[in-house]
Write a protein that binds this ligand. Structure first.
Ligand code: UD1
Ligand code: CA
Length: 481
């Protein structure tokens, strides 16, 4: 059930691997305007999972069969950078959709005769490359290899019909199967590996004389048997690898299965997850030793957690590097997007903090509740503990930035930088109107609006002077008539 690590280059047949991905179906049960194969699992479209697996497999080309939502699906594929970097991705339109055999027929002009074709479905996202390597090995460039599974309830699936000697004779679709055949619990997963030249010959012989009047890809098994080509079955016991997504419920079930796999892998590497069932990685998460993650955290993009990092409950962290010993308290939101976020060694962040793209926090920085940091550098030991905004700022060592203070970095057209030099104290409720520099060791009095740079070591106060009017009478409501 668990895969062994993939050895690059192993089991690649002479002539290479060509992949056909069927993705023309409608996905009616998703009840969505988005094409089914573009719905996401762990933050990646289903079809991207399949094409990434094809990349793991070192396929030399991939033909995606599109139909429903073809334009949208094809446009989305352009953004699948990993797959696009590995092979030549081509598309064949299937309109109308007359069955899986008809689907693969559309790819024929784009397939050459060399090597082996692996047929995959765009809505089956979690097949492991190792499983496919095993199929290729079985096919050995001359046989047909089918991925099969025992199902307690095989209703709806194609049944693997074996002869008295146990060899595979046919796949019979549920709707065409006899009572006796319906009792078979070994089902076809929808995934096969077939020598390209043989596949092309057999596809040309398909007809639609069956219960659904469809061109069944599965009928090629009969042709293989007739032609004396061996049909082998690789029976696996992990339903997740062959599970297709037809409905939001199935999508959520597979999402959980996938997240649990990731959680287990991390825990095996020593990461302490409070609850593997309440943990989501939608991208990559790398953890050093002794990382602890509390419940309900979501990691997106590329996140790297250093040794001893602790993540509190309910944090969302994307595209960030959190260095050793940093503590991220609950309900913190970090999103580095393209610029990234870095949290330095031993920093304390949150609860309820927000770090945005370009936040670069040095060692032992403290960012407290309701503090937002964007495109700003904070040097070692700087602190902004309550209700504050730092945008486009360069903050020196040991700066203390008071509650309610903000950098006014945007004049309505352009953004300007604020420089706060080492050892500055900014009082509460200050507005630092950029561009402006607060000189080292300086102090800004609470409530100041600072529009001019200040000299090192000075106290700057820029607010209305306090006045006192004795015996002040507050206005009163006029008496009712
Ligand atoms: C197919 C198999 C069945 C197997 C099952 C596993 C056939 C005839 N049957 O069933 O033996 O047990 O998969 O799930 O192959 N598609 C197209 N164009 C079409 C029809 C389908 O691109 O004209 C795509 C669908 O979008 C989907 C995939 O092919 O991604 C499989 O189609 P689906 O209808 O789910 O499979 P079945 O025909 O029910
Ligand atoms: Ca069907």
């Amino acid at each position: 059930m668990t895969a062994s690590p993939i050895t690059p280059g192993r089991d690649i047949p002479p002539g290479g691997i060509q992949v056909v991905v069927m993705a023309a179906g409608k996905g009616t049960r998703m009840k969505s305007t988005l094409p089914k194969v573009l719905h996401t699992l762990a933050g990646r479209p289903l079809l991207q999972h399949v094409l990434d697996t094809a990349a793991d497999l070192q396929a030399r080309n991939a033909v995606v069969i599109t139909g429903h939502g073809a334009t949208e699906v094809e446009a989305a594929c352009a953004g699948f950078t990993r797959a696009a970097g590995h092979f030549d991705m081509q598309f064949a339109r299937q309109e109308p959709q007359l069955g899986t055999g008809h689907a693969v027929q559309q790819a024929v002009p784009l397939l050459d005769d060399a090597g082996v074709v692996v047929v995959l479905s765009g809505d089956v996202p979690l097949t492991q490359a190792d499983t496919l390597y095993h199929l290729l090995k079985m096919s050995n460039s001359q046989h047909m290899a089918l991925l099969t599974l025992e199902m307690p309830d095989p209703t709806g699936y194609g049944r693997i019909v074996r002869g008295s000697d146990g060899t595979v004779q046919a796949i019979v679709e549920h709707k065409d199967a006899s009572e006796e055949q319906r009792a078979i619990t070994e089902i076809y997963s929808g995934i096969m590996a077939v020598p390209a030249k043989l596949l092309k010959g057999w596809l040309a012989r398909l007809d639609n004389h069956n219960a659904q009047q469809e061109y069944y890809l599965t009928d090629i098994v009969k042709f293989a048997v007739l032609d004396g080509v061996r049909v082998l079955a690789h029976k696996i016991d992990d339903p997740v690898q062959v599970a297709g997504v037809n409905s939001p419920v199935q999508l959520a079930e597979l999402e959980r299965a996938y997240q649990l796999q990731q959680a287990r892998r991390l825990m095996e590497d020593g990461v302490r997850l409070a609850d593997p069932a309440r943990f989501d990685v939608r991208g990559t998460l790398q953890c050093a030793r002794d990382v602890r993650i509390d419940v309900n955290c979501v990691f997106e993009g590329d996140v790297n957690l250093g040794e001893g990092v602790s993540i509190g409950a309910n944090c969302v962290i994307a595209n960030a590097i959190i260095e050793a010993g940093a503590v991220i308290h609950p309900f913190t939101h970090i999103d580095g997007e393209k610029l990234g976020v870095r949290v330095g060694v031993g920093a304390l962040i949150g609860p309820f903090a927000r770090l945005r793209p370009g936040a670069q926090l040095g060692a032992e920085v403290h960012i407290g509740n309701f503090v937002e940091v964007k495109n700003s550098t904070l040097a070692k030991g700087a602190k902004a503990n309550h209700l504050a905004y730092l945008g486009d700022a360069t903050v020196g060592e040991r700066v203390n930035y008071g509650a309610g203070s903000i950098t006014a970095n945007y004049d309505g057209a352009n953004k300007h930088r604020t420089v706060i030099e080492d050892d500055v104290h900014v009082g509460s409720n200050c507005v630092l109107v950029a561009p402006v520099t607060i000189g080292a060791g300086g102090t800004v009095g609470g409530g100041s609006t600072i529009t001019k740079s200040t000299e090192p070591g000075t106290l700057s106060v820029a607010r209305g002077k306090q006045v006192a009017i004795a015996n002040w009478k507050r206005p009163q409501k006029a008496p009712k008539a």
